[in-house]
Design a protein around this ligand. Structure first.
Ligand SMILES: Cc1ncc(C[n+]2csc(CCOP(=O)(O)OP(=O)(O)O)c2C)c(N)n1
Length: 244
């Protein structure tokens, strides 16, 4: 029989630390599979933010640095500058990238640093118990917005692709999701394109994964995929925002 699928070799055989149905695992798997295809597993450094992404250390077999909360882009910029041959990427949640680390994200993007940024938007602070994030949807209940997110008190959802697209320097910006097979294929293509930009020395590349958090959303994995489709995607439209 022809083998049509195998575990990316960058993923350890151990069970990862993510909750059942969490799409963090899907994003991580795609990144590992693209690194394997490009033969970059021995030539890359992953910079993880603080949050559920810290679980990556248990499952990914690549050199990695655990950054202070929100600072992965600053750490990645430094690694890239001292070691330009290394393929450097960050892996960050929305609290990490768009809240505490917003300044570092914007500055690295505005400098056009030749790094790749993977942004897992699950609309809350997953690891610490589902607090409101900048990306939380209007009216969405979280542990810190028990009556829902309201504009007057909490502002509006932050659209990082659109915000970064206002800058001159970034070379690649895309938003993807992994809710079904067709979208997984598109997401993989975006991960490939982002790494290709870095390999070509084009500068800052950014891929946002519209993701889920079944545990803190209080939904089953299947229900959480439906929530993404019906509620998250209208707020966070998929597509390539920039490809230079
Ligand atoms: C300086 C600092 N502030 C706050 C925290 C607590 N903290 C840990 S993870 C986290 C939020 C993570 O949320 P997010 O980045 O959205 O990632 P997710 O867990 O949802 O993937 C916070 C606030 C911390 N570890 N360090």
């Amino acid at each position: 029989m022809e083998k049509i699928y195998s575990r990316p070799i960058g993923l350890k055989k151990s069970i990862n630390g993510y909750c059942p149905g969490c799409l963090h695992s899907a994003a991580g798997k795609l990144i590992m599979s693209v690194l394997e295809e490009f033969d970059l597993l021995e030539r890359c450094t992953q910079v993880d933010g603080v949050g559920c992404s810290a679980n990556n250390h248990t499952s990914m077999d690549v050199d990695s640095i655990g950054s202070p909360h929100g600072r992965p882009c600053a750490v990645a910029s430094a690694v890239k500058r001292i070691s330009p041959e290394t393929v450097v990427y960050t892996y960050q949640g929305d609290g990490d990238l768009a809240s505490i680390g917003l300044a570092e994200t914007m500055m690295a993007a505005n400098r056009g640093d030749n790094i790749t940024v993977f942004f897992i938007n699950n609309a809350n602070y997953g690891m610490t118990g589902g607090q409101m994030a900048p990306t939380t949807l209007m009216d969405m209940k979280t542990s810190t917005t028990p009556y829902g997110r309201h504009a007057q008190e909490h502002g509006y959802p932050m659209h990082m692709c659109e915000v970064l697209n206002a800058l001159t320097a970034p070379s690649y910006i895309a938003r993807v999701t992994c809710i079904d097979a067709a979208n997984v294929r598109k997401a993989r293509a975006a991960v490939k394109e982002a790494f290709q930009h870095q390999l070509d020395g084009k500068g800052f590349s950014f891929v946002e994964f519209v993701s889920n958090c079944p545990t803190n959303w209080g939904l089953s994995p299947i229900e959480s995929l439906k929530f993404i489709k019906e509620k998250m995607l209208p707020e966070y439209p998929l597509g390539e925002f920039r490809n230079r």
